[in-house]
Design a protein. Structure first.
Length: 268
């Protein structure tokens, strides 16, 4: 297979994005009691894609984005990584709230006047400035004393997750471009990973589409998985369940959200 580095990057990224969608599709198919063969197909799709995806190092795409050739796709991928940092920031807020309560002074010490939602859209320079300020708050005498208290023992993992997420973001935006032997090694690793996941990804996708066909008619292939169409290959039919990521299990379900809104109305 001869392909550009951008195409290799997209092949790997698409395979990794497809995996959780097939898991969600399998869960949906589990409710259909009569589709015995279809369930074996979706299981085969999961196994095939899992085997291929597990061979891809978790940080490969991040390291690859330091290659000059991948500058055109750097922005799109980095926005997702930036969103992961904000998710971790919200998780830390929730962990502190759980440990110290919604009026915990530590929340004000760390999040005072911090507007989290806009952080998903700001540029690299502003995002770096935010982190510098947040690290100063974390390093304050009060924050260090509170985080060392046993009351906030459960906050440690959330804080570590946040720091790792930001380190990943910084590795894309701040790190110097890869050159020389390092760049050549990453290019070879990316191309090898693309070869491993490309066939498995296409086969898993076809198996999943066949399994889901009885649930709903296949849709226009132009929106395949909500991802960009690769040059030189016809898109196959797909199913709406494979076009979007499954919901975050940490988010409230519709019933849980209704319950929370009802509690909030009573408080008002």
């Amino acid at each position: 297979m001869t392909t550009s580095l951008i195409e290799a990057f997209e092949m790997v990224a698409q395979a990794l994005q497809l995996a959780p969608r097939i898991e969600a599709a399998a869960a949906e198919l589990a409710y259909a009691g009569s589709l015995v063969e279809e369930k074996t197909w979706i299981d085969a799709a999961r196994r095939r894609l899992t085997t291929a995806s597990e061979s891809v190092p978790a940080d490969l795409l991040t390291r690859a984005l330091r290659l000059p050739e991948l500058e055109p796709v750097k922005g799109d991928h980095a926005r997702g990584v930036q969103g992961a940092v904000v998710d971790a920031l919200e998780h830390l807020h929730a962990a502190i709230t759980f440990s110290g309560g919604p009026r915990a002074p530590l929340l004000e010490a760390l999040y005072y006047k911090l507007k989290i939602v806009p952080l998903r859209r700001v540029g690299a320079e502003e995002f770096e400035a935010f982190w510098g300020d947040f690290e100063k708050r974390l390093a304050s005498t009060y924050a260090k004393r509170m985080l060392a208290d046993e009351t906030y023992a459960a906050v440690g993992p959330a804080l570590e997750q946040l720091r790792k997420a930001f380190a990943t973001w910084r590795g894309i935006f701040i790190a110097e471009p890869a050159t020389g032997d390092e760049a050549d090694a990453v290019r070879a690793e990316l191309e090898a990973a693309a070869k491993r996941v490309d066939l498995a990804g296409r086969q898993a996708k076809l198996l999943a589409q066949a399994a889901l066909a009885p649930l709903k008619d296949a849709t226009d292939a132009a929106a395949l998985l909500g991802l960009k169409k690769r040059r030189g290959r016809e898109d196959e039919d797909t199913h709406p369940l494979l076009e979007q990521d499954p919901p975050d299990p940490r988010d409230p379900t519709p019933d849980e959200r209704d319950e929370l809104e009802e509690l909030e109305s009573h408080r008002a």
